[in-house]
Design a binder for this molecule. Structure first.
Ligand code: UTP
Length: 238
């Protein structure tokens, strides 16, 4: 399977968790050993936000703030590369083309941010599009995608199955459900919905969730293109 793994900075970098990074490196080796082709996109989380604040205090503009955040995410990518050794490429890809080449050379591609004004979700979506990936797994600090922001609303309900259209249309009409967008950047959704990729959002503090998602087992939230939608209740489509 061609797989893109988007590791949220909220999982490995807020604060930096070397034990978890090691577990993800082992997981990547395991996936490769099982014959999967894997591209990874990591974010800088709280560490990136700290540098954004420093840049702000220095009076630097938004573009410069993004640039330092990208650099931070690339340091995390570099840690993965160094730990993966020969299984990965020698440098962190700085373009989608380089990431695709790394993957096509039979290596695990690990990259961070790409350019200012983007998110790492969009980077992951661009790789999915470029290499025609089968599955995108986003590991985050929540169990999946909720009907509203679970950090703000105690009664938020996790949605097990969604169509991309739900993310762009249905929920955008309801401001209370804005949290649903934050877990997957709308720009990324726009790119993803054009293809045939499935997206699974899982809790990243338990890396074994990634293996469950790869096996197609029920975990977190599954988002896919639903050509014909049959709602079995207000939230779920099948
Ligand atoms: P993200 O918010 O995409 O990653 O990037 P994250 O830290 O993994 O986020 P969670 O864990 O999903 O919440 C962090 C920041 O890096 C800059 C932006 O400033 C973004 O808010 N960035 C990242 C870019 O400017 N361009 C990129 O391509 C990627």
């Amino acid at each position: 399977m061609r797989l893109v793994l988007r590791i949220g900075g909220s999982v490995i970098a807020s604060p930096v968790d070397s034990v978890l990074i090691r577990k993800y490196v082992d997981l990547l080796k395991d996936l490769k050993g099982k014959g999967h082709e894997v591209a990874v996109v990591v974010g800088g989380g709280a560490q990136a936000r700290e540098f954004i604040e420093v840049a702000k205090h220095l009076g630097l503009d938004g573009r410069a703030q993004d640039e330092v955040a990208i650099s931070v995410s690339r340091i995390f990518a570099q840690l993965f590369l160094l730990k993966l050794g020969a299984l990965s490429c020698i440098a962190v890809p700085s373009t989608i083309g380089e990431a695709a080449k790394c993957l096509n050379d039979g290596k695990i591609a690990v990259m961070g941010g790409l350019k200012p004004g983007m998110t790492t979700d969009t980077v992951a979506a661009l790789i999915v599009e470029k290499v025609n990936a089968d599955l995108l797994i986003k590991v985050t600090d929540q169990q999946g995608i909720y009907d509203k922001d679970p950090k703000k609303y105690a009664d938020a309900i996790m949605l097990e199955r969604l169509c991309f259209e739900d993310l762009t249309h249905v929920f955008s009409e309801d401001k209370h459900k804005a949290g649903i967008h934050q877990i997957l950047d709308p720009e990324a959704v726009k790119i993803l919905k054009k293809g045939r990729v499935k997206v699974v959002v899982v809790n990243g503090f338990e890396p074994e969730n990634v293996l469950l998602a790869v096996k197609g087992e029920k975990v977190g939230t599954l988002v896919m293109t639903c050509r014909e939608r049959h709602y079995n209740n207000a939230n779920l489509c099948s």
